[in-house]
Design a protein. Sequence first.
Length: 283
Amino acid sequence: MPDYRAIDVHIHVQPLEMLNPETLKKFGAHHANFEEVKQTIADPAKFLNYLDRAGVEKAVLINYVSPDAMGFTAETNDWVARYARYAPDRLIPCGSVHPRLTADCAAETNRIADLGIRMLKVHPPHQHLYPNQYRDDLPQQAQIYERAQELGLPIMFHTGTSIFPHARNKYAEPIFIDDLLVDFPKLKIILAHGGRPLWMEQAWFLLRRSKNVFLDISGIPPQNLLEYFPRLDEISDRVMFGSDWPGPLVKEIGANIDKFQALPLSDDVKRKILRENALKLFP
């Protein structure tokens, strides 16, 4: 057994009461006792106890603004900032600025950074926009990237399909992020889910193109990870463990960690992915 605990960079600790009924049903369909899951998420003390049982030291709490597709309003930023203050040494809040719904994107990015938000999330299929739409009809989107680059805030992009009822997967291809590598060369970018299940080669290209691009392996069944990314060890300095709990098909974080530990990777690579790389990005 390893002598360290994991860092999980992708856990959906969100105000689930905001979810629209159709999405909430999909969210909890695979859990035998979703009420217990909701109670765990609602109470930071219970959530930390769950992390302890799963072998997780720190967690990035994923939140984003998506009122139309999911039900999450801009209040999610304030909610997660308050939640993380319960244990700031263990809980890392992630927030969001929706460029279509925000009058001053630069000011809102500054505001939520002042709240303690340490990462931004862009969810193209749920926010119904392309990552590079600032080059077309959404110039205010660039303000978010400019401020994040200046403030040193990493931005996580959902890449790959989504099964939620109102998701629009045409926005989900990783390749649209390529423009950001040119226009915002110092911006730290995390590819959540690695483009699975359709666009892993695009994700791999971006990872090879820029040292500022990182891979979050959440949403990929750990036992299948090396089928998706057979050369994972070549970029092991920029890969981070994420569970996507309690999202669809992720029943237990600890079980995912165990399955990852069983992969034919060196102990050094496993330690980097499970812990060390995340600690560098979120010191």
